[in-house]
Ligand binder design. Sequence first.
Ligand code: CIR
Length: 263
Amino acid sequence: MAFQFTDVIARKPAKSVVNGLRDGAGEDPDFDLFVGQHEHYLDALRRCEVEITLLEAQENFPDSVFVEDAAICFAEFAILTRPGAPSRFAEPATLKPALASCFARVVELPGNGYLDGGDVLLAGHEVFVGLSSRTNQAGIDALKTILIGSNYRVKQVTTPASILHFKTACGLLDNNTIFCTAMLAESGCFKGYELVLAIDGEEAAANLIRVNDYVIISAGFTKTRKLLEAKGYQVIEIATSEAAKIDAGVSCMSLRLALNGTG
Ligand code: CIR
């Protein structure tokens, strides 16, 4: 099952997170509030019954709390990415020991391309990868090379220019159901999947994660919560106001692992 996970890798926010990358000159996050919200995020994941490995903060890397961008975790192996932002280039190496203790095979993305994990949506054996300002063709081609001969197939799509990462606008709800913005749905990239469309004005809720029995969404999207509950999903809301100030949301603060081969 594409949404069943046993483990999560997360990293404590560094004090330097207040200098995290952002599009434009928005307000800095409040560090103490960020820490509190991150703790609630971890509590939500514990409710989903996953084992959490919490890594120490990395002051040299302001955005290192967003571990999702630095690796891609399949059921059988993990890939260290090559993040597209220069200040994030060295983040994948800092995840290697934790990943090596979970996976027999941890590979580095070959070549000189760039690929952010936030542009990769795993839907079972289908791997959606969005070309974006952080992920280029060479990065996607390198991922395809790694996956040759595996059960996984890459479906290349385009991340809309108005958002940072592909998963800013979508998340998996179950094996065949994707929650996404109307803009992404209109692009036709999810042909063959059931789609649940983000509600007008609540598009930011599309960056959700399904972990075992729960869907975790950003707090404040009341209509989205009702929509998901009406469809039978159990929803946990977590405040992400501080992460949002630096263009981040729910998915990016964890790597979700299926270590018993169910993924
Ligand atoms: C960045 O610009 O890289 C960070 N400030 C935010 C990364 C968010 N990552 C994600 O949504 N996968």
